[in-house]
Design a protein around this ligand. Structure first.
Ligand SMILES: Nc1nc2c(ncn2[C@@H]2O[C@H](COP(=O)(O)OP(=O)(O)OP(=O)(O)O)[C@@H](O)[C@H]2O)c(=O)[nH]1
Ligand SMILES: [Mg+2]
Length: 450
C-alpha cells in the first residue's frame, strides 16, 4: 500500500509554466473536482468532458464576465499525468488573467498545489517510479544541457535494467541460502561458491552504478576547475579569458592574487566553477602565505586542474614536485607566454599566449577535450540524485559485506541479513518502501506545478 495523507485527496491547482509574462500559461487542475471546477469557468464543458481533446473556450469569472479565451484539455482518470482527473487550461500568459483563473478555481474548491504535488500524486497512483519522479524534478532545474540530457535518459528508465540485474543476483543468493536453512534435507548443504558468484554479479552492477552516481552527481552540480601554478605565470589572465571579462586582477608583479577568485561558466553543457588561486612559492608576507594555503585547499577539492607554467622557464624542484602531486587524470598543462619564447615545451601541454585574441577559444577547446575524455560518460548517461547515490552505495556495501562474510565461512543467517539490507536499499531506490518523510523531502524540492 502506498503511503499517503489526507491532503492527497484534495483537488489541486497551479500554473505548470514559470510565473512570467509569456505568450501562454498552462494551468493544471488535478483531483476529483477537476472537471466541475472547469465547468465553473467554462459552463459549456460537456459532461463527461471529451477525453484528451483540446477545446477552445471562453473563460468567465465569478460575476459571469468573460476574462480570456483559452484552450481546455481534459484527461479523465486514470490516463493522466497524476492518474486522477486532470484538466489543463492554456490561457494568455498575463499574470492578472492567470490570477483570475486561480482565484476562481480556489473559490470553486481547488487548493493551490504545493511544490512537486502533481508528481507526488503521479507516484502515489503508480504513474511513475520514484526514480522517474526525481528526474522530473531535476529536469525542471537542470542548470545545463548535459545535466538535462542525464535527467532525460533516466526518465526513460535507463537505471532500471542494471538495478534489476543486481536485484536478481541478490534474490538468487538469498533464496539459495534460505532454502539451505529452511529445508536442509531437500536443498542439501548450501554451495558457497555458487552463492558467491551471484553476489559478485550483483556487486559488479552496483559498484558500477554507485561510482557513476558519484561522478554523475558531480557533473550535475557542476565541476570545480582550479587554476594553479607558480606566481606570474599568467593564471589570472587565463581565468579572465575563460570568464570573458577582467574579473581577476592582473599585474606584472608576482604574488598579485592573494585570495581565490571564483566565477561560473558553462562549457559543453557542463557548469564549471572556475577558481583562480595565488601562485605557489615560498611566500614573503603572511597575506601571501595564507593565499597559498588556500590554493592548496582548492587543489584538494578540484575536479579539473589547469596547471599554468611559463613556457621556456626552467622547472624548479618544488614546482616539479607540486605538478606531480596533483595527479594526471583531469589535468591540463598550459604553457603560457608562448610569444616570449622560441623554445618548444619540454612537456606535452597546450602552448598558449594568453594575451592573444585567440586565447579564449584555444583554452576552451583544450578544456572541452579534457571534459569529454574525463566526464562525457557521466554527463551523457546516469545522473543521479544524492539520495539515489547514497542508496546505491549502501546496497553495494551490504552486498560486499555479505560476500566477504560468506567467504569467511560465517553462518548463513548473518550473510543473509546483509544481502537483505542490500535488497531493501534497492527497493527504497525504486520507491517501493519509501517512508513518508522521504517522500516529502523529494517532492518538496520540486517547483510548484509539477
Ligand atoms: N607576454 C606575455 N605576457 C603575459 C601572458 N599572459 C600573461 N602575461 C602577463 O604576465 C603578467 C602576470 O599575469 P597574471 O595573470 O597576473 O599572472 P598570475 O599567474 O595570475 O600571477 P600571480 O597572481 O601573481 O600568481 C601580467 O603582466 C600579464 O599581462 C602571455 O601569454 N604573454
Ligand atoms: Mg593572479
Amino acid at each position: 500500500v502506498r503511503p499517503h495523507r489526507a491532503s492527497d485527496t484534495d483537488t489541486i491547482v497551479a500554473p505548470a509554466t514559470p510565473p512570467s509574462r509569456g505568450a501562454l500559461c498552462l494551468v493544471r487542475i488535478s483531483g476529483r473536482q477537476a472537471f466541475s471546477i472547469v465547468r465553473g469557468v467554462y459552463p459549456e464543458l460537456p459532461d463527461p468532458p471529451p477525453a484528451r481533446r483540446a477545446r477552445v473556450a471562453t473563460l468567465i469569472d465569478e460575476k459571469g464576465e468573460v476574462f480570456d479565451r483559452g484552450v481546455i484539455t481534459c484527461y479523465p482518470e486514470p490516463a493522466s499525468f497524476t492518474g486522477e482527473d486532470v484538466a489543463e487550461i492554456a490561457l494568455h500568459g498575463n499574470p492578472l488573467l492567470v490570477g483570475k483563473l486561480l482565484a476562481a478555481a480556489s473559490k470553486l474548491g481547488a487548493r493551490p498545489a504545493g511544490p512537486g504535488e502533481f508528481s507526488r500524486r503521479a507516484f502515489l497512483n503508480g504513474k511513475m517510479s520514484l526514480i522517474e519522479a526525481e528526474s522530473v524534478g531535476e529536469l525542471i532545474d537542470a542548470k545545463t544541457e548535459a545535466a538535462a540530457r542525464g535527467a532525460l535518459s533516466r526518465l526513460s528508465g535507463s537505471l532500471q535494467k542494471p538495478i534489476a540485474e543486481a536485484r536478481l543476483g541478490l534474490l538468487t543468493a538469498v533464496s539459495l541460502w534460505t532454502a539451505a536453512i529452511d529445508f536442509p534435507e531437500q536443498a542439501g548443504e548450501e554451495d558457497p561458491e555458487e552463492i558467491a558468484r551471484h553476489l559478485s554479479r550483483a556487486l559488479d552492477r552496483l559498484e558500477e552504478l554507485a561510482s557513476r552516481a558519484v561522478a554523475g552527481a558531480r557533473v550535475f552540480s557542476g565541476l570545480r576547475v582550479v587554476i594553479v601554478g607558480p606566481p606570474n605565470a599568467g593564471k589570472s589572465t587565463i581565468f579572465n579569458r575563460l570568464v570573458g571579462r577582467n574579473r581577476a586582477i592582473v599585474t606584472e608583479q608576482p604574488g598579485t592574487t592573494r585570495d581565490t577568485v571564483e566565477e561560473e561558466i558553462e562549457l559543453e553543457g557542463i557548469a564549471l566553477r572556475l577558481v583562480d588561486t595565488a601562485g605557489i612559492r615560498e611566500a614573503s608576507e603572511p597575506a601571501e602565505s595564507e593565499g597559498i594555503a588556500r590554493a592548496r585547499e582548492e587543489l584538494a577539492r578540484a575536479d579539473v586542474i589547469l596547471f599554468v607554467h611559463e613556457l621556456g622557464l626552467p622547472w624548479s624542484a618544488a614546482e616539479r614536485a607540486f605538478f606531480e602531486s596533483v595527479g594526471t587524470s583531469a589535468r591540463l598543462l598550459i604553457l603560457n607566454k608562448a610569444d616570449l619564447s622560441s623554445r618548444n615545451g619540454e612537456e606535452p601541454g597546450l602552448a598558449l599566449c594568453a594575451l592573444d585574441s585567440a586565447a579564449a577559444s584555444r583554452l576552451k577547446s583544450g578544456l572541452s577535450r579534457l571534459l569529454r575524455d574525463e566526464f562525457a560518460a557521466e554527463a551523457a548517461t546516469e545522473i543521479v540524485s544524492r539520495r539515489q547515490g547514497d542508496l546505491l552505495r549502501k546496497a553495494a556495501d551490504e552486498t560486499a559485506a555479505a560476500r566477504a562474510l560468506l567467504l569467511e565461512g560465517r553462518p548463513a543467517e548473518i550473510c543473509v541479513s546483509h544481502a537483505e539490507g542490500a535488497l531493501s536499499a534497492l527497493s527504497e531506490l525504486a520507491g517501493e518502501t519509501t517512508p513518508e518523510d522521504a517522500l516529502d523531502v523529494i517532492f518538496s524540492s520540486f517547483c510548484i506545478g509539477k
